[in-house]
Design a binder for this molecule. Structure first.
Ligand SMILES: Cc1ncc(COP(=O)(O)O)c(C=O)c1O
Length: 464
């Protein structure tokens, strides 16, 4: 018979045979729980008095059972610290072989990651305290699938002010990352009859796959010096996914004429433009270009994320939708995982409304601008290396000299030196014969770690 007991605040779950003798039954149940790992080494057991009361046994029976297991080496007692489980060195648990550990990076120059060592911990803690102080109990109940109104309101103000987005709170949906947003939206578009979407080539392969997972086939849209070739959207396309402020990965912004053209395409065909504004806050030479959504709010889905400003661990992102898509996307969100966790939404809302989010981004912008300049200085000293894209974002694309090492050779050497970096080739729909290059994320290391990370990268490039 399986029963759980709670004694003096400690819960203990035992398979206790009620037919067996009481003491030996308890001993066997404890022994079995220790041997099969359910009670690991160091576990504090309930007091004899508490366990006896919970099990309806005499205290003497429990004391005797504990004593027997101490003698057998399963338990240890120390005056004042109770009875604990002793580790079994010889215990052979049937376990699956562990998956190989991810390679340990000595230097992290992967693109798209912010410097999480600069996470605004104090501001986050203070905001959490404000949110919890006097919070109504309903914040711990089931949440709103559309997202907390406090966050949607704060984002509506923030996105209008900083990105020119036309965003009423009732058009915003909070998702667990842009990744989830793409899957939900693609599913909604597929259910509405969209069979094919154009996506940038090169572009982020993970999000291309997310569109496909949502049930929509993808066709490649070439990218040149003016951004995606929106004039090449094939007939029959129902959606175009773009990174207009800072094309991922080439770093070029979408030309003004093309911004107008893709909005005109959406208006005339009823198609949807999905704007991934993943790092739109970070422009280093001038004011950021306003969001595309501001030109055609009825046809563009604007997507933003906290992954590049605070950290991807939060899984907080937002979509500003044309009215006809809101209800369907909210339903898809509810079907997927009911709602995004509430507390962090409220904390982010507090940070945005109190301008701590602005201050954090402004400080990060200064640091990242300096880092990009340092990177460019180092690149200039290596013949054949060239930097692409405008001064913006968290990464730069470097192309290699035709006579030097290949992308694969550089990536291999980086990996051998514990240096995290990404290649351009895998971001093409069809990697064969496509331009090679390196994506260097200058934001990911800590301030102290960045110079050493650059040294490591340029040592590899020189030795190659
Ligand atoms: C191009 C691009 N868009 C969006 C995101 C944000 O994704 P998420 O919000 O799911 O972390 C990333 C992050 O890697 C990205 O590289």
């Amino acid at each position: 018979m399986t029963r759980s007991w709670s004694s003096f605040g400690l819960d203990l779950h035992l398979d206790l045979q009620v037919t067996a003798k009481r003491r030996s039954g308890l001993e066997s149940a404890l022994r079995a729980a220790i041997q099969d790992g359910r009670l690991p080494a160091g576990t504090l057991l309930p007091s004899t008095r508490g366990l006896a009361r919970d099990l309806g046994l005499s205290r003497g029976t429990v004391t005797a059972a504990y004593g027997q297991l101490v003698e057998e080496g399963f338990l240890a007692t120390r005056p004042g610290s109770g009875t604990t489980v002793v580790g079994l060195a010889s215990r052979a648990l049937a376990t699956e072989p562990s998956p190989p550990a991810p390679p340990c990076l000595r230097h992290d120059l992967r693109p798209g990651l912010p410097d999480v060592s600069a996470f605004p911990t104090s501001a986050w803690l203070a905001a959490t305290r404000r949110v919890l102080t006097g919070a109504r109990p309903e914040i711990f109940a089931a949440g709103d699938p559309q997202g907390r109104i406090e966050l949607r309101q704060a984002l509506a103000d923030y996105l209008g002010r900083t990105r020119g987005v036309v965003a009423a709170p009732d058009r915003i949906v909070i998702t667990s990352g842009y990744h989830q947003g793409v899957i939900l939206l693609s599913g909604v578009l597929a259910a509405g009859g969209v069979t094919s979407a154009a996506v940038e080539d090169p572009g982020h392969n993970v999000f291309r796959q997310a569109v496909q997972r949502g049930g929509v086939a993808t066709t490649p849209l070439p990218v040149d010096q003016q951004g995606a070739r929106v004039d090449m959207v094939p007939p029959g396309t129902g959606a175009v996914f773009l990174t207009p402020s800072h094309q991922y990965p080439t770093g070029v912004p979408l030309h003004a004429g093309r911004r107008q053209a893709v909005c005109a395409w959406a208006r005339s065909t009823g198609g949807v433009v999905v704007e991934d504004d993943y790092d739109g806050e970070y422009r280093y030479d001038r004011q950021p270009i306003g969001a595309l959504q501001g030109i055609a709010p009825e046809n563009v889905v604007y997507c933003g994320t906290a992954s590049k400003t605070l950290g991807p661990a939060l899984r907080l992102a937002w979509m500003v939708l044309p009215p006809h898509l809101v209800r369907k996307v909210v339903q898809a969100k509810q079907d997927a995982d009911r709602f995004t966790e509430t507390l962090s939404q409220l904390v982010l809302a507090d940070l945005i409304a109190g301008y701590a989010y602005d201050r954090h981004i402004r400080a990060a912008r200064l640091r990242y601008r300096r880092r990009r300049t340092l990177l460019l200085d180092r690149v200039a000293a290596v013949p054949g290396l060239a930097v692409h894209g405008v001064p913006a974002g968290l990464h730069s694309l470097l192309t290699l000299s035709a006579i030097g090492p290949t992308e694969a050779e550089v990536l291999d050497r980086c990996a051998a030196h514990g240096l995290g970096i990404r290649g351009l080739t895998e971001l093409h729909h069809d990697p064969d014969g496509r331009p090679q290059g390196l994506l260097v994320g200058f934001a990911a290391p800590s301030e102290r770690g960045y110079p050493a990370a650059l040294d490591a990268l340029f040592a590899v490039l020189r030795s190659a």
